[in-house]
Design a protein around this ligand. Structure first.
Ligand code: FMN
Length: 366
């Protein structure tokens, strides 16, 4: 029997990923001290995905500066204490044979929101509870009832340049912290998406206006991050491939941005969608796979797809059909951190070739 496509290795620059079942970045909102320093929860959470055999774990949206956090409880990589704490996480994952990337991000106008936990109200965190004023391409607040009335600081050019430097500095720290790869968060309505989407970037200077102006910040961030990390380290970028609106950002625009990303050294495009403005999204199993396939074909670059790919058979088919190079399993991994082991069993991979930890091997299906 030929080895399932899901369990074929994938090479990105100097990194070999043992399989194509990956964990997407998922905010944990677990930094109770509000200092951006990962905690024991992060060690256990990412460790559990490594035990479960995922080929790549992308750690949650990690802010490049304090103002760029989505919530006060996000992780960061803007100081050395954060580097040391992340190092314990990456060491643990490596001790289990795993590979771990970090998603570097800036929330822009969608910063300073509450953690998305049961029993917590949604919306912005007021200043008296530790919230702060968000920044964005303009003073226009985030799209959604929770942002109504919020004041946003429109970034000046020197502030934009400082954010590019912050991305590069955070990438350098990520290397020190032992991460195997970096992912740039340019999706879901956060800062870089706010700049490339015509729905949120109405600037008239060199950082807005036409397509070239709107693509400038994400491309300059990717260029700066690439310049800050070793040649052999893969660089991924997550994009909202479409705003799902006729007046918004389109898949054709994404192909153009991805070509420019590729030209400055991005190795894989992680295709997601939406998040910047209200839209009707046709969700269902694998609903973003066509977007990934369009970018893959249009920009000639490896891609990953994500979105309700919870059944191994679907994951296998998407890769085998050449629509994507890897799948990311989000909520499916929260439900079952051993998802790759079940997938291996269901796809007929012999137990000895499945990513079992030896301590767990007697739990393999017989
Ligand atoms: C708890 C949670 C936190 C998330 N945090 C992030 C994040 O930090 N960065 C990001 O790009 N996407 C984030 N997402 C989106 C996921 O990465 C993924 O794209 C989405 O859940 C769709 O995949 P799924 O249907 O397999 O869950 C989050 C999703 C969940 C459920």
């Amino acid at each position: 029997m030929t080895r399932p496509a899901l369990f074929q290795p994938l090479e990105l620059r100097g990194l070999t990923l043992p399989n194509r079942a990956w964990v997407p970045p998922m905010c944990q909102y677990s930094v109770d001290a509000q200092d951006g320093v990962p905690t024991q929860w992060h060690l256990l959470n990412y460790g559990s995905f490594a035990i479960g055999g995922f080929g790549l774990i992308v750690a949650e949206a990690t802010a490049v500066d304090a103002v760029g956090r989505i919530s006060p409880f996000d992780t960061g990589l803007w100081n050395d204490q954060q580097v040391d704490a992340w190092r314990t996480v990456t060491d643990a994952v490596h001790s289990l044979g795993g590979r771990i990337a970090v998603q570097l991000g800036h929330a822009g106008r969608k910063a300073s929101t509450n953690r998305w936990w049961p029993g917590h109200r949604s919306g912005v965190v007021p200043a008296e509870e530790g919230g702060w004023q968000p920044v964005g391409p303009t003073t226009q607040p985030g799209d959604g009832a929770e942002f109504v009335g919020e004041t946003v600081h429109a970034l000046t050019e020197p502030e934009i340049l400082a954010i590019i430097d912050d991305f590069a500095a955070a990438a350098r720290r990520a290397v020190q912290a032992g991460f195997d790869a970096i992912e740039i968060h340019s999706a879901h309505g956060y800062l870089l998406h706010q700049f490339y989407s015509p729905l949120s970037n109405t600037r008239t200077d060199g950082w807005g206006g036409d397509l070239d102006g709107r693509l400038r910040l994400p491309v300059e961030v990717a260029r700066a991050v690439r310049g800050a990390i070793p040649d052999q380290m893969p660089l991924l970028a997550r994009l909202s491939v479409t705003d799902w609106r006729e007046d918004g950002w389109t898949a054709a625009d994404s192909v153009e941005l991805t070509r420019r990303f590729k030209a400055v050294g991005v190795d894989l495009l992680d295709a997601s969608s939406g998040g910047n403005s209200a839209a009707r999204i046709p969700i269902g199993p694998g609903y973003q796979a066509d977007l990934a396939a369009q970018v893959r074909a249009g920009a000639d670059i490896p891609v990953s797809t994500v979105g309700m790919i919870w059944e191994p058979e679907l994951a296998e088919r998407l890769i085998a059909e050449g629509r994507t190079d890897a799948v990311m399993v989000g909520r499916g991994a929260l439900r079952d951190s051993n998802w790759p082991l079940r997938a291996a069993h269901e796809l007929g991979l012999p137990n000895e070739e499945a990513p079992w930890q030896p301590q767990r091997f007697r739990g393999a299906w017989s």
